[in-house]
Design a protein around this ligand. Structure first.
Ligand code: ADP
Ligand code: MG
Length: 695
């Protein structure tokens, strides 16, 4: 197979557009894509027709307006191209109107109460900046999703608005420095972590099937402590899956680049090459979907849950984020950041944004699943901080604390073997525990969960950084009336760095010492979703979205409500599943094992009265006790679900402080019983089988 030939073969990409569209139409569409110019409605019919012909040549029979409702998934309704033309005849048709708008019934999608069911009409509208593609016989047209009254009901519309905001404010900022440009875009490269388990074993676990994670399971004697899985040699079945996955992704135009084993057994990662945020978000959705389907073909199940197994690492999605304009990465410090006043100002603005709006950055990644990662003894912690690395860290320290700064010289590394090359050593990213780390020419936001949409953190990042740019421009415009420009920039940058210095932390983010230090610095440390989501209700956190034209107040509140509802429902499903498994599977299995042991014991004693049985008796006693405690914990957990408050903020608090601990207690007793039981009596596959069976 010749990869350059198959790459993007299922995408209505630039090459296809250029060859199938009349040149005027092509130019007009390019202007929309490249410069954000409003689409000219007159070209719609022409584009639709070309798209349809191309899709038919790829075997498509249907098209769908593909959108991103306020879940972490995508939605699609497939319509065929057929159109009756009198008599018995039909033609295959896609009109400009059907390309541009759709009218799906929106009543079954979460709206956070922003829209009455009686007015539940929704509209989907084509996003020409993200390419359409064919998958499984359907033409997928990326669209935004809004309500009859114009409220956004999805993640794409606000993402596009946030990109407009940062484009606008960054251009104003660049203009002060004499740089005129058409467009400033944010770019994103999301690294996707996941687990693979055997489908036959997966089927036997009600918890994995219904909740995506194991609600029970004693850790295996060997977890990830030997550190031999990370980057380890790929097992043949995994390698075959990855090969198939890459090929499928490439055919769909996804720039899949790296694949490797991750830290935990059965855990892996895929990283694409970065692209424009909007496209990166769509492609990540497509990637997650394709991963699950390709896994199935290999008799595997791809788990995207943030914490499928306790005792070993969970999965995240590192959001590498940068800002660029034609040919220039604005987060590239260059050889001498100390002389790069534009870079230092942009850096200071980002630091300010992250400090000032740490609450919403934390809130936007909060979910029932991610609660097990953030602050759960693995990277990153639940406290937001910024890591700058040795170089920039020292430079910022010199500005804020007046310490000496020696301009950086590229450190050359050599392993001391004459044949080996000399290589530059990158000093930016030695700290893997930081939630927001500067990594050379981009920031890496590491708090996002593996199953979450990449849209949310980028909506927040773009908005808060746009706001910081806007404030900088306003301020500098004033300051330069009385000061020279360079001086004004320097003074303002210093002021920002001094004011927001507390958010910078260049050390180990794991330990309890950091929690204490962070508390002294006044940094937030929300341990669960119920607490984190409260940030959305704060006036200052809503206002920034209003000022930047990204959300209305109702839209923010609707999203907070949906996030809480989702949290409550997710944990409720988990709790009910745990109760079912405990009462319906674990208790009976342990109970019959105990009675078998008792019969044995009685027979043994009857046959040989002098045989020692102390350990056996102790085992029976411990097992029966664990089983009894487990049963009572299951009933107690069930009781915590009764009379759940109607108000979602109250319900979320009940979940966090009552239901989650009750579930943990049930698990503790069940896992104790598992450790005491014979392996073959355990009613479903255990951790050893799940984590080590894919060869
Ligand atoms: P690591 O595991 O060390 O973090 P990877 O190579 O796995 O590094 O991932 C780095 C990710 O960052 C890739 O997806 C890459 O495309 C992305 N990236 C690199 N440069 C930029 C940039 N300017 N903007 C956004 N993402 C970027
Ligand atoms: Mg990374």
């Amino acid at each position: 197979m010749h990869i350059p030939e198959i790459f993007g073969e299922n995408v209505f990409n630039d090459g296809v557009m250029r060859s199938t569209l009349p040149s005027e139409v092509y130019k007009s569409l390019r202007k929309t894509i490249d410069e954000g110019k409003t689409i000219d409605m007159n070209i719609a019919d022409s584009v639709a027709n070309a798209m349809k012909d191309w899709a038919l040549s790829k075997g498509a029979t249907h098209y769908t307006h593909w959108f991103q409702p306020l879940t972490n998934l995508t939605a699609e309704k497939h319509d065929s191209f057929i159109e009756p033309v009198g008599g018995d005849a039909i033609i295959m048709q896609l009109t400009g109107k059907s390309l541009i708008v759709g009218e799906p019934d929106a009543s079954s999608f979460p709206s956070g109460g922003s829209r009455a069911t009686s007015a539940a009409r929704g509209y989907t509208a084509w996003d020409p900046t993200s390419p359409a593609f064919v998958k499984d016989g359907t033409l997928y047209i990326p669209t935004i999703f809004i309500s009859y009254t114009g409220e956004t009901l999805d993640k794409k519309a606000p993402l596009l608005k946030s990109m407009t905001a940062i484009d606008r404010e960054a251009k104003r900022l660049l203009k002060l420095f004499g740089i005129e440009t058409h467009k400033v875009s944010t770019t994103v490269g999301p690294e996707q972590e996941y687990f693979l388990v055997d489908e036959k074993l997966w089927e036997k676990r009600q918890d994995l099937v219904l909740t995506g994670r194991t609600l029970f399971g004693a850790p295996t004697p060997r977890g990830q402590e030997l550190e031999d899985h990370y980057f380890g040699s790929l097992k043949p079945r995994v390698a075959a899956f990855m090969k198939d996955l890459d090929e499928t992704l490439w055919r769909h135009g996804v720039l899949s680049k790296s694949k490797h084993n991750e830290a935990a057994p059965a855990q892996h990662e895929l990283a694409p090459i970065f692209t424009t945020t909007n496209v990166a978000v769509d492609q990540n959705q497509l990637t997650m979907d394709i991963m699950k389907k390709v896994a199935q073909k290999h008799g595997l199940v791809c788990l995207l849950h943030e914490k499928p197994f306790v005792g070993i690492n969970g999965s995240g999605k590192h959001n590498n984020w940068s800002l660029s304009t034609t040919g220039l990465n604005l987060l590239d410090p260059g050889e001498h950041p100390e002389n790069n006043s534009l870079f230092m100002l942009i850096l200071a603005c980002i630091i300010k944004a992250v400090d000032k709006y740490q609450g919403i950055l934390r809130a936007c990644v909060a979910s029932a699943a991610n609660d097990h990662r953030l602050g759960g003894g693995e990277a990153p912690p639940a406290i937001i901080s910024v890591y700058l690395g040795d170089e920039l860290g020292a430079l910022v320290d010199s500005i804020v604390l007046g310490k000496n700064y020696t301009p950086h010289k590229t450190v050359k590394g050599s392993i001391g073997v004459p044949e080996s090359p000399i290589f530059p050593i990158d000093s930016t990213d030695r700290n893997r525990t930081s939630p927001f780390a500067f990594t050379g020419n981009k920031f890496e936001f590491r708090m996002l969960g593996s199953s979450a949409s990449v849209a949310d953190p980028n909506i927040v990042l773009n908005t808060i950084v746009a706001e910081a740019f806007a404030e900088a421009v306003d301020k500098l415009e004033k300051l330069t009336k009385t000061q020279d420009f360079d001086n004004a920039v320097k003074t303002y940058t210093e002021k920002l760095l001094k004011k927001h210095y507390r958010i910078i932390f260049n050390y180990n983010g794991y330990g309890p010492e950091w929690e204490e230090e962070a508390a002294r610095r006044g940094l937030l440390n929300h341990k669960n979703t119920a607490e984190a989501v409260e940030e959305w209700f704060k006036k200052e956190n809503i206002d920034v979205f209003l000022r930047q034209g990204v959300y209305t107040k109702n839209e923010v509140l609707a999203r907070a409500k949906i996030q809480l509802e989702n949290y409550v429902k997710t944990v409720q499903v988990e709790a009910k599943t745990a109760v079912d498994m405990a009462i319906g599977q674990i208790y009976p299995a342990v109970s019959s094992y105990v009675s078998r042991l008792c019969q044995n014991l009685t027979m043994k004693k009857a046959t040989f009265s002098s045989i020692p049985t102390a350990s056996e008796e102790a085992l029976i006693k411990d097992l029966a006790t664990a089983n009894e405690h487990m049963l009572s914990a299951a009933h107690a957990l069930k009781a915590t679900l009764l009379d759940m408050p109607k108000d979602e903020r109250e319900a979320a608090l009940r979940i966090a402080h009552v239901v989650v601990p009750a579930m943990a207690l049930l698990r503790k007793h069940a896992d104790e019983a598992e450790k005491l039981c014979a392996t073959d009596v355990w009613p479903f596959p255990n951790y050893y089988q799940l984590l080590y069976s894919v060869k």
